[in-house]
Design a protein around this ligand. Structure first.
Ligand SMILES: CCCCCCCC/C=C\CCCCCC(=O)SCCNC(=O)CCNC(=O)[C@H](O)C(C)(C)COP(=O)(O)OP(=O)(O)OC[C@H]1O[C@@H](n2cnc3c(N)ncnc32)[C@H](O)[C@@H]1OP(=O)(O)O
Ligand SMILES: Cc1cc2nc3c(=O)[nH]c(=O)nc-3n(C[C@H](O)[C@H](O)[C@H](O)COP(=O)(O)OP(=O)(O)OC[C@H]3O[C@@H](n4cnc5c(N)ncnc54)[C@H](O)[C@@H]3O)c2cc1C
Length: 662
């Protein structure tokens, strides 16, 4: 059996799809998740969870209030606490994240930021003694932490954060203070009600000198009563577009005293007498953000996959309209428009996940290098992850929204759960640096790279930048995916140079650097996007070329073909400089035939992600494909259907109708 999801009693339309798949889904899972070992561990963890009934949702999530969602996730966390060690290797971050996704889903919970930013901040920023004191406690979950940086008035411009941490040598303490309303910390996940500790980012002040944003370990609540400590104002910021299982919070300090050794001092130090030692790299304190950005291609890829699992499975059981055979309606997955809506996103999701593996490894390596005193890789990774987080979050949002529309009316129902996936994923366009701002961070790096080429220093170009120094060449589009890489290189190079030239010309015309930058910003963001999409394409092709299993490689090459054709057409306006409109027509034909080629493997390609029904929380995306019966059951469970006559009918509608009858 090639597709391991085939089960007796499943919807025959889905079974038929799974029989058509030309590759082994377990083998594909090993490729997706980086190793056979981890793919097996994922399945084992999912299987073990299913044997603990208390970890199941106590009722459909979509019918829960915000308070119920928060209470439900806390209940499950307490059940999990009895099983951590038997379920996962607690030192393995990927296993922990898989466990969280399976049991708690994506709407957030008390530990939302604990694993993703609080512990990583301690790992990267705390010195050995501080790690000794707090890291073990955090890992054992004796304390719950979050990452409190953004303020009501400033998120993007970290240099303008208003919260101060003023050091007094006489008492060897910092005083944390919130000088204005806009200085209130605002947004941190799990801050409002759950966390009792936070890594707080504040402006370090010593003897009236401001040293800028630095991280501090701060206790917020009493460990026995969970009440806020004196001098601390903390609470929930209210409901959000999605992610409402998380208590994103506000936080204010009123002259709150903090011992000297609570500043995280791996890289910068304040001595007892107030002497300040600066870090080896000015932006080293930003590392927790780079850590999350380096994960975002993977995490967003998985968000997009969840929506695609739902849309592709549903499209294989939804029958509507006719093609040749007028005796039976077709699966909507057979329509070219449906395939065009979904398959390029499947390709992007695979590509994002392969990029994600690469950037996660790059971050882990950087962490080791920085510990050994080598900060030289920081700029490269900052530039790469800034562009990548911006492109993947935007394209993931587009892909999920198309997946929702591909499910027709039922996609709009919470029964599909796609709107929740969209709401959570789209937050990624904003958190960890607003997308435009991060594209402009990459643009700084691109402009500097062009300046190196212009001044004859091409040898100093960073990784992935050599193409900026290369001349345009003839492109032979029949020579395979590499030709499409060339098209992207041409388009990205041209746009990067064009934007840089514009910026330089504006400065030469007398504009200040900042004004010239602002007046070139749209062109600069375009350059960043093209450069990043080139990186994604190259990584995808490189990863697929490295695969040895013949059947897996074949279907992934089909997927690469969908990707490269779609991507080049999508940047048609830039590509036109290098590709004729006749060539674009031929790319269009190739795209349509590559959709056709991929069609028999569509369900197996998304089954390979092995996302459980528990995690998916979608009636439309059920693995067994029994959509209609369960849709009716789901609707019957609506709180509105627990009584025939609602109180509001008796109170308002009936009297109104009765009055109208008189
Ligand atoms: C459990 C399952 C997991 C799945 C996921 C579930 C979903 C999770 C849901 C929710 C999680 C939410 C987590 C979100 C948490 C947050 O949002 S935390 C807050 C994040 N905040 C930001 O990202 C703020 C963005 N702003 C910045 O990063 C900076 O202000 C800035 C980089 C935009 C500017 O910094 P500034 O200090 O003003 O520097 P510049 O003058 O612009 O640049 C000077 C040079 O420094 C270089 N640089 C900047 N940053 C870095 C860095 N990190 N590393 C290396 N270098 C850096 C910059 O490129 C400049 O270099 P040049 O001078 O050479 O050009
Ligand atoms: C779901 C979610 C979870 C979050 N979790 C956390 C958390 O755990 N901890 C935490 O500290 N924070 C958290 N945040 C806050 C988040 O990091 C910030 O909202 C984010 O960094 C954007 O900053 P901002 O809100 O100040 O946006 P703004 O900077 O105010 O953005 C508004 C507009 O201004 C534009 N803009 C701003 N500056 C520039 C510029 N220099 N050039 C061009 N355009 C510019 C932006 O592009 C955008 O269009 C979270 C946010 C969300 C939505």
């Amino acid at each position: 059996m090639l597709n391991k999801s085939i089960m007796d009693g499943d919807n025959p339309d889905l079974t038929e799809e799974r029989m058509k798949g030309a590759f082994d889904t377990d083998k594909m899972a090993a490729v997706i998740y980086g190793s056979e070992k981890f793919a097996i561990r994922r399945r084992e963890i999912t299987e073990s969870i299913s044997r603990i009934p208390q970890l199941a949702d106590s009722k459909p999530f979509s019918f829960m209030t915000r308070e119920e969602k928060i209470s439900e996730s806390c209940r499950k966390l307490s059940v999990l606490s009895e099983h951590w060690n038997q379920l996962i290797d607690t030192n393995n971050e990927e296993e922990a994240l898989h466990l969280y996704r399976e049991v708690l889903g994506l709407e957030g919970h008390a530990f939302s930021l604990h694993e993703t930013m609080f512990i990583p901040s301690l790992v990267a920023q705390a010195n050995d003694e501080q790690q000794e004191k707090w890291l073990g406690r955090a890992k054992r979950r004796e304390i719950i932490g979050c990452y409190a940086q953004t303020e009501m008035g400033h998120g993007t411009n970290l240099r303008a954060l208003e919260t101060t941490a003023t050091y007094y040598p006489s008492t060897q303490e910092f005083i944390l203070h919130t000088p204005t309303e806009t200085a209130l910390k605002w947004w941190p996940g799990a801050l409002g009600k759950s966390s009792n500790y936070a890594v707080v980012v504040a402006d370090l002040v010593i003897r009236d000198t401001h040293y800028g944003a630095h991280p501090f370990m701060v206790q917020l609540r009493d460990e026995k009563t969970h009440n806020p400590l004196p001098g601390i104002t903390v609470g929930d910021i209210g409901p959000k577009m999605a992610f409402n299982g998380a208590d994103n919070g506000f936080l204010g300090f009123n002259q709150y005293k903090l011992p000297r050794d609570h500043m995280l001092m791996r890289h910068s130090r304040v001595e007892e007498n107030g002497t300040y030692t600066k870090p080896p790299h000015a932006k080293i304190g930003y590392s927790s953000m780079v850590k999350v950005r380096s994960r975002m291609a993977m995490d967003q890829g998985l968000f997009m996959v969840s929506a695609l699992v739902i849309a592709v499975r549903y499209s294989a059981v939804r029958r509507q309209g006719f093609l040749d055979d007028k005796s039976r309606e077709v699966k909507v997955l057979d329509y070219q428009t449906q395939q065009h809506r979904l398959f390029p996103s499947i390709a992007r999701a695979y590509a994002f996940i392969f990029c994600g593996f690469e950037t996660i490894q790059l971050y882990d390596q950087l962490l080791i290098d920085v510990k050994n005193g080598d900060t030289s890789g920081m700029s490269d990774l900052h530039a790469l992850t800034s562009g990548l987080k911006s492109v993947v979050t935007h394209q993931t949002g587009e892909g999920i929204e198309q997946a929702r529309m591909a499910c027709g009316g039922h996609g709009y129902s919470m029964a599909s759960y796609i709107s929740e996936i969209y709401g959570v994923a789209i937050g990624g366009c904003t958190y960890e640096g607003e997308n435009m701002v991060m594209l402009l961070q990459l643009a700084r790096y691109l402009v500097k790279s062009v300046e190196l080429v212009k001044t004859g220093k091409s040898k100093e170009l960073g990784p992935m930048m050599n193409y900026l120094a290369e001349p345009d060449t003839q492109i032979d589009l029949t020579s395979g995916p590499e030709a499409y890489v060339k098209v992207f290189q041409h388009a990205a190079r041209r746009q990067v140079w064009k934007a840089t030239d514009k910026f330089h010309q504006l400065m030469e015309s007398g504009q200040s650097r900042d004004i010239a930058w602002n007046n070139s910003a749209v062109e600069l963001t375009r350059a960043s996007r093209l450069h990043t999409r080139l990186y994604i394409m190259e990584t995808f092709i490189r990863r697929v070329s490295s695969i040895s299993d013949v059947s897996i490689k074949k279907v992934l090459i089909d997927l690469v073909n969908v990707h490269v054709n779609y991507e080049v057409l999508d940047i048609g306006t830039y590509a036109l400089e290098h590709v004729s409109s006749t060539q674009l027509d031929s790319i269009r034909s190739q795209l349509y035939s590559s959709l056709d080629t991929l069609r028999p493997n569509a369900v197996s390609l998304i089954d390979s992600f092995q996302i459980s029904d528990m995690q998916l929380r979608s009636v439309l995306g059920r693995r067994d494909g029994h959509v209609y019966t369960n849709l009716f059951e789901w609707a019957k469970a609506s709180p509105l259907n627990q009584t025939h006559v609602l109180p509001s009918v008796n109170q308002y509608l009936k009297p109104m109708m009765d009055k109208a009858k008189l």
